[in-house]
Design a protein around this ligand. Sequence first.
Ligand code: XIL
Length: 357
Amino acid sequence: MKVFVVHSTFVSLLAWITLTFALPQAGSGTVTAKARAATSTARSNTAAKAAGKLYFGSATDNPFLDEDATYKAILSDNTLFGQLSPENAMKWDATEPEQGVFTFTNGDVIVALAQANGQIMRGHNTVWGSQLPSWVSDSGFDNATLISVMQNHVSTVIGHYKGQIWDVVNEPFNDDGTLASNVFFETIGPTYIDLALQAARAADPDAKLYINDFNIEGEGVKATAMANLVSDLKSRGIPIDGIGLESHFILGEVPTTLQAQMEAFTALGVEVAVTELDIRMTLPETDALLAQQQTDFQNVVSACTAVADCVGVTVWEYTDKYSWVPSTFAGQGDADPWDENLEMKPAYDGIIAGFSS
Ligand code: XIL
Protein backbone atom coordinates (compact mmCIF):
# COMPACT_ATOMS: atom_id res chain seq x y z
CA MET A 1 0.00 0.00 0.00
CA LYS A 2 2.77 2.35 0.98
CA VAL A 3 4.58 1.59 -2.28
CA PHE A 4 1.42 2.47 -4.18
CA VAL A 5 1.09 5.80 -2.35
CA VAL A 6 4.71 6.71 -3.06
CA HIS A 7 4.28 5.64 -6.65
CA SER A 8 1.11 7.61 -7.27
CA THR A 9 2.63 10.69 -5.65
CA PHE A 10 5.59 10.32 -7.96
CA VAL A 11 3.30 10.01 -10.97
CA SER A 12 1.39 13.12 -9.92
CA LEU A 13 4.65 14.99 -9.52
CA LEU A 14 5.71 13.90 -12.99
CA ALA A 15 2.39 14.99 -14.43
CA TRP A 16 2.76 18.36 -12.71
CA ILE A 17 6.29 18.80 -14.06
CA THR A 18 5.09 17.85 -17.54
CA LEU A 19 2.19 20.25 -17.46
CA THR A 20 4.21 23.05 -15.95
CA PHE A 21 7.42 22.83 -17.91
CA ALA A 22 7.01 20.66 -21.00
CA LEU A 23 3.95 22.21 -22.60
CA PRO A 24 5.30 25.73 -23.11
CA GLN A 25 8.27 24.19 -24.93
CA ALA A 26 6.05 22.40 -27.40
CA GLY A 27 6.07 25.43 -29.61
CA SER A 28 2.31 25.66 -29.70
CA GLY A 29 1.48 27.52 -26.54
CA THR A 30 -1.98 25.93 -26.78
CA VAL A 31 -2.34 23.85 -23.64
CA THR A 32 -5.75 22.53 -24.58
CA ALA A 33 -4.34 21.15 -27.86
CA LYS A 34 -1.58 19.20 -26.10
CA ALA A 35 -2.52 15.83 -27.55
CA ARG A 36 -2.26 17.30 -31.04
CA ALA A 37 0.96 19.27 -30.60
CA ALA A 38 4.55 18.19 -30.92
CA THR A 39 6.52 17.97 -27.69
CA SER A 40 10.05 17.82 -29.08
CA THR A 41 12.32 20.79 -28.59
CA ALA A 42 14.92 19.46 -31.05
CA ARG A 43 15.21 21.10 -34.48
CA SER A 44 14.57 19.07 -37.61
CA ASN A 45 17.48 20.25 -39.78
CA THR A 46 19.90 20.15 -36.86
CA ALA A 47 18.73 16.60 -36.20
CA ALA A 48 19.15 15.66 -39.89
CA LYS A 49 22.72 16.91 -39.91
CA ALA A 50 23.50 15.14 -36.63
CA ALA A 51 22.29 11.96 -38.38
CA GLY A 52 24.83 12.54 -41.17
CA LYS A 53 22.30 13.83 -43.71
CA LEU A 54 22.75 16.95 -45.85
CA TYR A 55 19.40 18.46 -44.90
CA PHE A 56 15.81 18.30 -43.80
CA GLY A 57 13.91 20.51 -46.24
CA SER A 58 10.58 21.71 -47.54
CA ALA A 59 8.92 22.61 -50.80
CA THR A 60 7.69 26.15 -51.06
CA ASP A 61 5.81 28.31 -53.52
CA ASN A 62 5.87 32.02 -54.29
CA PRO A 63 2.28 33.00 -53.38
CA PHE A 64 2.76 31.70 -49.83
CA LEU A 65 6.09 33.51 -49.44
CA ASP A 66 4.51 36.73 -50.68
CA GLU A 67 1.43 36.58 -48.49
CA ASP A 68 2.46 34.96 -45.23
CA ALA A 69 5.32 36.42 -43.21
CA THR A 70 4.96 33.89 -40.39
CA TYR A 71 5.11 31.00 -42.86
CA LYS A 72 8.22 32.53 -44.46
CA ALA A 73 9.91 33.13 -41.11
CA ILE A 74 9.49 29.49 -40.05
CA LEU A 75 10.72 28.28 -43.45
CA SER A 76 13.74 30.58 -43.15
CA ASP A 77 14.86 29.06 -39.85
CA ASN A 78 17.77 26.90 -40.93
CA THR A 79 17.74 24.91 -37.72
CA LEU A 80 14.37 23.62 -38.98
CA PHE A 81 14.95 23.57 -42.78
CA GLY A 82 18.28 23.19 -44.55
CA GLN A 83 16.90 22.86 -48.06
CA LEU A 84 14.15 24.30 -50.29
CA SER A 85 12.38 22.84 -53.35
CA PRO A 86 10.31 25.05 -55.64
CA GLU A 87 6.85 23.53 -55.79
CA ASN A 88 6.09 25.13 -59.16
CA ALA A 89 8.52 27.97 -59.88
CA MET A 90 11.04 26.00 -61.95
CA LYS A 91 8.62 23.87 -63.96
CA TRP A 92 8.46 24.30 -67.72
CA ASP A 93 5.21 26.30 -67.75
CA ALA A 94 6.78 28.75 -65.30
CA THR A 95 10.25 29.03 -66.84
CA GLU A 96 9.57 28.93 -70.60
CA PRO A 97 5.90 29.85 -71.09
CA GLU A 98 6.59 30.86 -74.67
CA GLN A 99 9.20 29.26 -76.87
CA GLY A 100 12.59 30.80 -76.18
CA VAL A 101 11.18 33.28 -73.62
CA PHE A 102 12.56 32.34 -70.22
CA THR A 103 11.18 33.78 -66.98
CA PHE A 104 13.21 33.02 -63.90
CA THR A 105 11.60 35.57 -61.58
CA ASN A 106 9.77 33.20 -59.21
CA GLY A 107 12.59 30.68 -59.07
CA ASP A 108 15.11 33.43 -58.44
CA VAL A 109 13.06 34.58 -55.41
CA ILE A 110 13.28 31.09 -53.90
CA VAL A 111 17.00 30.74 -54.66
CA ALA A 112 17.69 34.15 -53.10
CA LEU A 113 15.76 33.13 -50.00
CA ALA A 114 17.68 29.86 -49.72
CA GLN A 115 20.98 31.69 -50.13
CA ALA A 116 20.07 34.26 -47.51
CA ASN A 117 19.15 31.43 -45.14
CA GLY A 118 22.15 29.22 -45.92
CA GLN A 119 19.89 26.52 -47.37
CA ILE A 120 20.59 24.02 -50.17
CA MET A 121 18.40 24.20 -53.31
CA ARG A 122 16.89 21.24 -55.10
CA GLY A 123 15.74 22.23 -58.60
CA HIS A 124 12.39 20.77 -59.63
CA ASN A 125 12.01 19.96 -62.53
CA THR A 126 12.98 20.26 -66.21
CA VAL A 127 11.44 17.37 -68.18
CA TRP A 128 7.98 16.14 -67.16
CA GLY A 129 4.78 15.33 -68.99
CA SER A 130 2.72 17.70 -66.80
CA GLN A 131 2.66 21.47 -66.34
CA LEU A 132 3.89 21.93 -69.89
CA PRO A 133 2.87 24.99 -71.88
CA SER A 134 0.71 24.06 -74.85
CA TRP A 135 3.41 25.20 -77.28
CA VAL A 136 5.33 22.10 -76.12
CA SER A 137 2.58 19.57 -75.43
CA ASP A 138 0.38 20.33 -78.44
CA SER A 139 2.97 21.49 -80.92
CA GLY A 140 3.28 18.43 -83.10
CA PHE A 141 7.03 19.03 -83.21
CA ASP A 142 8.92 16.38 -85.11
CA ASN A 143 11.60 14.29 -83.44
CA ALA A 144 14.59 16.51 -84.25
CA THR A 145 12.76 19.72 -83.35
CA LEU A 146 11.50 18.45 -80.00
CA ILE A 147 14.98 17.15 -79.13
CA SER A 148 16.42 20.57 -79.74
CA VAL A 149 13.56 22.31 -77.86
CA MET A 150 14.06 19.98 -74.89
CA GLN A 151 17.85 20.29 -74.86
CA ASN A 152 17.59 24.06 -75.06
CA HIS A 153 15.12 24.12 -72.17
CA VAL A 154 17.20 21.86 -69.94
CA SER A 155 20.46 23.62 -70.65
CA THR A 156 19.01 27.12 -70.24
CA VAL A 157 17.21 26.37 -66.96
CA ILE A 158 19.99 24.31 -65.36
CA GLY A 159 22.56 26.76 -66.76
CA HIS A 160 20.69 29.56 -64.98
CA TYR A 161 20.35 27.66 -61.70
CA LYS A 162 23.85 26.29 -61.34
CA GLY A 163 25.12 24.35 -58.36
CA GLN A 164 21.88 22.64 -57.42
CA ILE A 165 20.58 19.16 -57.03
CA TRP A 166 18.16 18.70 -59.97
CA ASP A 167 15.15 16.55 -60.71
CA VAL A 168 16.02 16.48 -64.41
CA VAL A 169 13.44 13.89 -65.40
CA ASN A 170 10.22 13.70 -63.39
CA GLU A 171 7.80 10.78 -63.20
CA PRO A 172 8.95 8.83 -66.27
CA PHE A 173 7.11 5.62 -65.33
CA ASN A 174 3.61 4.21 -65.25
CA ASP A 175 2.73 2.12 -62.20
CA ASP A 176 3.22 -1.06 -64.25
CA GLY A 177 6.85 -0.13 -64.91
CA THR A 178 6.44 0.87 -68.55
CA LEU A 179 7.56 4.33 -69.61
CA ALA A 180 4.78 6.89 -69.25
CA SER A 181 3.22 8.40 -72.31
CA ASN A 182 4.11 12.07 -72.62
CA VAL A 183 5.07 14.27 -75.55
CA PHE A 184 8.78 13.50 -75.07
CA PHE A 185 8.36 9.73 -74.98
CA GLU A 186 5.84 9.73 -77.83
CA THR A 187 7.96 11.92 -80.09
CA ILE A 188 11.56 11.08 -79.17
CA GLY A 189 11.19 7.63 -77.61
CA PRO A 190 12.99 6.37 -74.49
CA THR A 191 16.19 8.20 -75.40
CA TYR A 192 14.58 11.47 -74.28
CA ILE A 193 15.80 10.49 -70.81
CA ASP A 194 19.42 10.09 -71.99
CA LEU A 195 19.30 13.36 -73.91
CA ALA A 196 17.82 15.32 -71.00
CA LEU A 197 20.46 14.02 -68.56
CA GLN A 198 23.28 14.72 -71.01
CA ALA A 199 22.04 18.26 -71.60
CA ALA A 200 21.86 18.78 -67.84
CA ARG A 201 25.42 17.54 -67.29
CA ALA A 202 26.72 19.76 -70.11
CA ALA A 203 24.92 22.80 -68.65
CA ASP A 204 26.32 22.30 -65.16
CA PRO A 205 28.94 19.62 -64.53
CA ASP A 206 28.57 20.24 -60.77
CA ALA A 207 24.81 19.69 -60.56
CA LYS A 208 23.56 16.45 -59.02
CA LEU A 209 21.22 14.88 -61.55
CA TYR A 210 18.18 12.94 -60.38
CA ILE A 211 15.26 11.03 -61.81
CA ASN A 212 12.26 11.48 -59.52
CA ASP A 213 9.12 9.37 -59.26
CA PHE A 214 6.34 8.08 -56.98
CA ASN A 215 5.28 4.54 -56.10
CA ILE A 216 8.93 3.46 -56.26
CA GLU A 217 9.39 3.71 -52.49
CA GLY A 218 8.73 0.04 -51.83
CA GLU A 219 9.63 -3.11 -53.71
CA GLY A 220 7.51 -3.69 -56.80
CA VAL A 221 7.47 -3.54 -60.59
CA LYS A 222 7.77 0.23 -60.76
CA ALA A 223 10.79 0.32 -58.40
CA THR A 224 12.39 -2.50 -60.38
CA ALA A 225 11.81 -0.58 -63.60
CA MET A 226 13.53 2.47 -62.07
CA ALA A 227 16.46 0.32 -60.92
CA ASN A 228 16.75 -1.24 -64.38
CA LEU A 229 16.67 2.18 -66.05
CA VAL A 230 19.37 3.59 -63.76
CA SER A 231 21.60 0.57 -64.15
CA ASP A 232 21.18 0.77 -67.94
CA LEU A 233 22.01 4.49 -67.93
CA LYS A 234 25.12 3.86 -65.86
CA SER A 235 26.26 0.99 -68.08
CA ARG A 236 26.00 3.28 -71.10
CA GLY A 237 27.79 6.20 -69.44
CA ILE A 238 24.72 8.45 -69.30
CA PRO A 239 25.07 10.82 -66.35
CA ILE A 240 22.81 9.98 -63.37
CA ASP A 241 23.57 10.74 -59.73
CA GLY A 242 20.41 10.04 -57.82
CA ILE A 243 16.92 8.66 -57.53
CA GLY A 244 14.22 10.77 -55.89
CA LEU A 245 11.56 8.91 -53.93
CA GLU A 246 8.61 11.28 -53.88
CA SER A 247 6.92 9.59 -50.92
CA HIS A 248 3.38 10.92 -51.13
CA PHE A 249 2.05 8.32 -48.72
CA ILE A 250 -1.37 7.33 -47.42
CA LEU A 251 -1.58 7.11 -43.62
CA GLY A 252 -0.70 3.63 -42.39
CA GLU A 253 0.62 2.59 -45.80
CA VAL A 254 4.32 3.49 -45.68
CA PRO A 255 5.95 0.56 -47.50
CA THR A 256 7.66 -1.83 -45.10
CA THR A 257 10.32 -2.35 -47.77
CA LEU A 258 11.24 1.35 -47.93
CA GLN A 259 14.71 0.94 -46.44
CA ALA A 260 15.41 -2.20 -48.49
CA GLN A 261 14.36 -0.38 -51.66
CA MET A 262 16.60 2.58 -50.83
CA GLU A 263 19.46 0.12 -50.35
CA ALA A 264 18.68 -1.57 -53.67
CA PHE A 265 18.87 1.81 -55.40
CA THR A 266 22.08 2.96 -53.69
CA ALA A 267 23.68 -0.41 -54.53
CA LEU A 268 23.52 0.76 -58.17
CA GLY A 269 25.99 3.53 -57.31
CA VAL A 270 23.57 6.46 -57.01
CA GLU A 271 22.33 8.44 -54.02
CA VAL A 272 18.68 8.63 -53.01
CA ALA A 273 16.54 11.29 -51.37
CA VAL A 274 13.02 11.48 -50.03
CA THR A 275 11.91 14.38 -52.20
CA GLU A 276 8.21 15.11 -51.63
CA LEU A 277 7.14 13.54 -48.36
CA ASP A 278 3.61 13.93 -47.08
CA ILE A 279 1.34 11.41 -45.37
CA ARG A 280 -2.33 12.10 -45.97
CA MET A 281 -5.29 10.98 -43.92
CA THR A 282 -8.99 10.76 -44.57
CA LEU A 283 -10.48 13.76 -42.79
CA PRO A 284 -11.51 14.59 -40.16
CA GLU A 285 -8.30 14.38 -38.19
CA THR A 286 -8.35 12.53 -34.85
CA ASP A 287 -5.71 12.04 -32.16
CA ALA A 288 -5.40 8.40 -33.21
CA LEU A 289 -4.76 9.38 -36.82
CA LEU A 290 -2.18 11.94 -35.71
CA ALA A 291 -0.46 9.27 -33.62
CA GLN A 292 -0.33 6.95 -36.64
CA GLN A 293 1.03 9.81 -38.71
CA GLN A 294 3.78 10.36 -36.13
CA THR A 295 4.76 6.68 -36.45
CA ASP A 296 4.65 6.88 -40.24
CA PHE A 297 6.86 9.97 -40.41
CA GLN A 298 9.29 8.33 -38.00
CA ASN A 299 9.47 5.20 -40.16
CA VAL A 300 10.21 7.17 -43.33
CA VAL A 301 12.87 9.33 -41.71
CA SER A 302 14.50 6.41 -39.90
CA ALA A 303 14.78 4.52 -43.22
CA CYS A 304 16.70 7.46 -44.69
CA THR A 305 18.79 7.72 -41.52
CA ALA A 306 19.73 4.04 -41.84
CA VAL A 307 20.87 4.33 -45.47
CA ALA A 308 24.21 6.13 -45.78
CA ASP A 309 23.56 7.37 -49.32
CA CYS A 310 20.10 8.75 -48.53
CA VAL A 311 21.09 12.41 -48.49
CA GLY A 312 18.01 14.03 -47.01
CA VAL A 313 14.28 14.31 -46.53
CA THR A 314 12.07 17.02 -48.07
CA VAL A 315 8.43 17.52 -47.12
CA TRP A 316 6.09 18.72 -49.88
CA GLU A 317 5.21 21.83 -47.92
CA TYR A 318 5.83 21.78 -44.23
CA THR A 319 2.35 22.97 -43.34
CA ASP A 320 -1.20 21.73 -43.92
CA LYS A 321 -2.07 25.37 -44.60
CA TYR A 322 -0.52 25.17 -48.06
CA SER A 323 -0.56 21.47 -48.93
CA TRP A 324 -1.45 20.36 -52.44
CA VAL A 325 -3.23 17.30 -50.99
CA PRO A 326 -6.82 18.49 -50.27
CA SER A 327 -7.28 19.88 -53.77
CA THR A 328 -5.82 16.75 -55.36
CA PHE A 329 -7.24 13.90 -53.24
CA ALA A 330 -10.87 14.50 -52.32
CA GLY A 331 -11.64 14.16 -48.61
CA GLN A 332 -7.99 13.79 -47.62
CA GLY A 333 -5.51 16.16 -46.05
CA ASP A 334 -3.56 17.12 -42.93
CA ALA A 335 -0.57 15.42 -44.55
CA ASP A 336 2.23 17.66 -43.29
CA PRO A 337 4.14 17.98 -40.00
CA TRP A 338 2.93 21.50 -39.21
CA ASP A 339 -0.81 22.21 -38.96
CA GLU A 340 -2.80 24.95 -40.66
CA ASN A 341 -1.98 27.30 -37.77
CA LEU A 342 1.74 26.71 -38.44
CA GLU A 343 2.06 24.71 -35.20
CA MET A 344 4.14 21.55 -35.06
CA LYS A 345 2.12 18.32 -34.97
CA PRO A 346 3.01 14.93 -33.48
CA ALA A 347 4.42 14.08 -36.93
CA TYR A 348 7.23 16.51 -36.12
CA ASP A 349 8.20 14.37 -33.12
CA GLY A 350 8.26 11.41 -35.50
CA ILE A 351 10.73 13.24 -37.73
CA ILE A 352 13.01 14.03 -34.79
CA ALA A 353 12.81 10.45 -33.54
CA GLY A 354 13.55 9.16 -37.05
CA PHE A 355 16.74 11.18 -37.31
CA SER A 356 17.76 9.98 -33.85
CA SER A 357 17.26 6.28 -34.61
C1 XIL B 1 2.34 19.68 -57.44
C2 XIL B 1 2.31 21.02 -56.72
O1 XIL B 1 2.44 20.80 -55.34
C3 XIL B 1 1.02 21.75 -57.02
O2 XIL B 1 1.05 23.06 -56.49
C4 XIL B 1 0.77 21.80 -58.52
O3 XIL B 1 -0.48 22.37 -58.78
C5 XIL B 1 0.84 20.43 -59.14
O4 XIL B 1 2.09 19.84 -58.82
N1 XIL B 1 4.68 15.18 -57.97
C6 XIL B 1 5.57 16.16 -58.32
C7 XIL B 1 5.28 17.58 -57.99
O5 XIL B 1 6.66 15.85 -58.83
O6 XIL B 1 5.77 18.47 -58.95
C8 XIL B 1 3.80 17.81 -57.78
O7 XIL B 1 3.62 19.13 -57.29
C9 XIL B 1 3.21 16.78 -56.84
C10 XIL B 1 3.38 15.39 -57.39
